[in-house]
Every structure is written in structure tokens, then in C-alpha cells.
Design a protein around this ligand. Structure first.
Ligand code: HAM
Length: 421
């Protein structure tokens, strides 16, 4: 036993009460915002069929799966993201739905990643998805919901910017520059690595996927475009992919969120299934990784064997936002459970202390009741260190007169408290 490590497995986290307070505050902002915007909760098991998660085509996520066999030799995996599971669940009952569906979940996801700041091997991911809506109103609604959650956590326009692009626009640009459409999917995944690996490595990847040297040069040229106006100038004013993107920006203006958006052709996303608008939210100083990311994935349900069905969604992890909140001094206070402590001097006052705690609990207050008699000095030192806000200590005299003192441990005031009869 002496070799036992007390650290969790590498990349996994323990949540002590202090970290739980942060996690709960984040989960609560996520849940409240999803419900405020009309999303319904759903869930599934963290263990998924490997076949569903394993995809062909060079996505990093496939190589990062935590896979295993069960005792009946089934190939399984811990989920790395929720989107394939959501698609499977919708296809499984595809004739039952009244579209569009607006669903949310908070899913623990596992990816065997190279560890770095903001990147763990396990994280919780809030997923917001709208299934069965073709209009870009769906993209606008999911992004607005995520920005609402960030605002609830105290992170607004000065803190967060959503970088937006469109795979459909990128595809049209590539086609315009002569890159054949059959190479676009591989080109997206290779270009998404920009900044993470040297351009020479991306060029080799593009070459390996069958792109000619001139087309490789064109692919890099696409990333040099800096404004939507330049895109429109290249593709012409009546191109449907750019129209969609413009419509999205207009809608976000109607939500009052224009100041939190920017066109950024470099947002491509590393997952293969996106087909239309894609976006990633970053802190405005670009210190951290993406806070959330998502986009339109109109073919995934059909690719899994379902009827054709459009979809839009995003994933928003707990790790980066917690780092950002800490950086901005906006981490929630862990005192939420430590409101009132009740204790007693001798066994004969246990009944009165218990009745006091129970009556306050029935009135909706959070009360910690001592489980054994304790000396007043010990009690007040203990609850002071633990950060309780208020305390009631019951001795024999208090029981005799039917009242005790309730002490505010923060401003040091006291008041009379009538003991329940
Ligand atoms: P993703 O960009 O791979 O998208 O992940 C979404 C978010 O999850 C990231 O922006 C980040 O906040 C968080 N995240 C991802 N991996 C890690 C990690 N290793 N450690 C910490 N946080 C992480 C997806 O997963 C898509 N399935 C999202 C989606 C939903 N698209 C449509 N619907």
C-alpha cells in the first residue's frame, strides 16, 4: 500500500468542496440559461459503443478515445463528446419527434489529450443543440444562450468574443480558387491545425490527401482573408453561403450581441461533421483556449443511418471558463453551504439543538448540526475557521429560558432566538 498515489489518474480531477462550489456555480449558470431559452434536458451513459464514436478521416478525437472491451467482448469507449450520442438517440426514435428539438445536457467527456493549460483528459461539457431547423436562427439561438450563461457568471462583452466562420463559405472560397470539392473535408481538418503545428507539416498533410502544390498554396491563401467584405468581393453578392453568414450576424444584432462577434476565417473546427456556420468563443485577450465551440452539422444524422435532418449545436467546457473566472477574480464564493451552525454543551441539550435545526431546515435554511456535545470555545473556533456565517450555541440555561443567542459571525452582532417548543 505504501506505493499508493494519492493523486487522481493523470488528467482527471478530484473535486473537493471548494472546487465543487465552482463547478456547481458553472453548472447552475448553464442549466438556468438553457431553461431560460427553452432547451429541454436529456442525458445518456458515459459508456458508448465504440463504432459510433470511431470515425474515418483524420480527426484527432478518434485517436483520443478511451476504449475497452466488456466481459462479453463488446468494443466500448468512454464518450469524448456528446454529439454522436445525441444523434444516435434522435435517430433511434426519429418518427416520434416534433421538430425542431432544443435539447441540452451536461456531459462528462474523456479524451486522451496531450495535457496543457485548459486541456484535461476529462471535462464536463454543456451541450446545446437544435435539431431539425434549417434557418440560421438556430445558430443565433445557441450562441445567444451560451453568451447569456457567460453573462450570468459575470463575463460580458469586455471578456468574451465569438469568432465566426462558415465551412460552406470556406468551401465556396476553395472551389473559387480551384480546389476540387472532394478535397475540402481533408483540407478543413489539416488547416484547423494551423498554429498548433508548423505550416510545413500542414502542407505535407494536404499533399498526402492528394492536393497539388498550387492548391496547397490556394488553401493557405484562403486563411489570409480578413473580412467578410473581402469574401463577398471574391464570391459575389448573391452567394448563398455568405448570405447565410450575413443573416446570422444580422440576427445576432437583433439579440443585442453584435459587439461580442467577429468574422474570423481561421475558425474551422477539428471535427469532421460540420457543414455550415462554425464558431469558437475566446477570452478577448486570447490568453486561454476556446471557451465554447460549435456549428451546423446537417449530415451527421443521415451519415449514421437516419433520415436527413439538419442540426446545430455547441459544446462549452467547464475547465477553460473556470480558469477565466479565476483570472478575472470572479470565482464564486464557496460559502453557499455554510450558512448556520447549531451546537450544544451537554447531552441533555441535544434534543433542543436538534429541534432547532429541524425547524430551521423545514423553513428552508441550510443548517449544520453538531453530532456531539462540544465546549463553546471549540464550537466558535471550529465554525469560524470553517467560514460559517451564523451560529447558535445551546447550553442548559438557554433550554431553561426557552431562548438562545444567534450570532452573526461576520459582523459580530447577536440577536435573541426563541427555541422551538
Ligand atoms: P469541441 O470544440 O471539441 O466540440 O469541444 C467543445 C468545448 O469543450 C471546447 O471549447 C472546450 O471548452 C471543451 N473541451 C474540449 N476538450 C477539452 C479538454 N480536453 N479539456 C477541457 N475542455 C475541453 C465538441 O465537442 C462538439 N461535440 C460540440 C458540439 C455540440 N457541436 C455540436 N453540438
Amino acid at each position: 500500500m505504501s506505493d499508493l498515489s494519492f493523486a487522481p489518474p493523470r488528467g482527471m480531477r478530484d473535486f473537493y468542496p471548494e472546487q465543487m462550489a465552482v463547478r456547481n456555480a458553472i453548472f447552475s449558470a448553464w442549466k438556468q440559461s438553457a431553461i431560460r431559452f427553452g432547451f429541454e434536458p436529456y442525458d445518456s451513459c458515459v459508456v458508448e459503443n465504440l463504432d459510433l464514436l470511431k470515425r474515418k478521416g483524420g480527426e484527432e478525437i478518434t485517436a483520443q478515445l478511451y476504449t475497452f472491451k466488456d466481459k462479453s467482448d463488446r468494443d466500448l469507449s468512454l464518450r469524448a463528446e456528446m454529439t454522436p450520442t445525441l444523434a444516435r438517440m434522435i435517430v433511434a426514435k426519429e418518427n416520434e419527434w416534433v421538430f425542431p428539438l432544443k435539447w441540452f445536457t451536461i456531459a462528462q467527456c474523456f479524451r486522451y489529450e496531450r495535457m496543457s493549460r485548459g486541456r484535461k483528459r476529462e471535462h464536463y461539457q454543456w451541450n446545446l443543440d437544435i435539431v431539425g431547423e434549417t434557418s440560421v436562427a438556430a445558430e443565433a439561438e445557441v450562441v445567444a444562450t451560451a453568451l447569456h450563461a457567460l453573462e450570468t457568471m459575470g463575463l460580458g462583452a469586455g471578456d468574451i468574443c465569438v469568432h465566426v466562420s462558415s465551412r460552406a463559405v470556406l468551401s465556396d472560397l476553395m472551389a473559387h480558387l480551384g480546389i476540387p470539392r472532394e478535397h475540402h473535408a481533408a483540407t478543413f481538418l489539416a488547416l484547423d491545425k494551423r498554429g498548433k503545428v508548423p505550416d510545413s507539416e500542414i502542407a505535407s498533410l494536404l499533399g498526402e490527401s492528394g492536393l497539388e502544390a498550387a492548391h496547397i498554396e490556394s488553401a493557405f491563401k484562403v486563411l489570409g482573408i480578413t473580412s467578410l467584405e473581402d469574401v463577398i468581393a471574391l464570391l459575389g453578392p448573391s452567394c448563398s453561403s455568405t448570405e447565410q453568414l450575413q443573416m446570422f450576424f444580422n440576427l445576432m444584432g437583433s439579440y443585442g450581441l453584435s459587439d461580442q462577434l467577429k468574422f474570423d476565417v481561421a475558425v474551422i473546427r477539428g471535427l469532421g461533421y460540420y457543414t455550415g456556420i462554425v464558431f469558437e468563443a475566446f477570452d478577448t485577450s486570447r490568453t486561454f483556449r476556446a471557451v465554447f465551440g460549435g456549428g451546423r452539422y446537417d449530415n451527421l444524422l443521415a451519415d449514421l443511418g437516419g433520415k436527413p435532418c439538419t442540426a446545430v449545436g455547441l459544446g462549452f467546457g467547464d475547465v477553460v471558463v473556470a480558469e477565466l473566472l479565476a483570472d478575472r477574480g470572479k470565482l464564486p464564493h464557496p460559502a453557499e453551504y455554510k450558512d448556520l451552525a447549531v451546537s450544544f454543551m451537554e447531552e441533555t441539550q441535544r434534543g433542543a439543538a436538534l429541534a432547532t435545526a429541524q425547524s430551521l431546515r423545514r423553513n428552508g435554511q441550510s443548517v449544520d448540526l453538531s453530532l456531539h456535545p462540544e465546549k463553546p470555545k471549540h464550537f466558535f473556533s471550529r465554525v469560524g475557521k470553517a467560514g460559517f456565517r451564523r451560529a447558535i450555541y445551546i447550553g442548559p440555561d438557554d433550554v431553561a429560558r426557552g431562548a438562545a443567542r444567534i450570532k452573526d459571525l461576520i459582523n459580530r452582532s447577536e440577536a435573541e432566538f426563541l427555541l422551538p417548543q
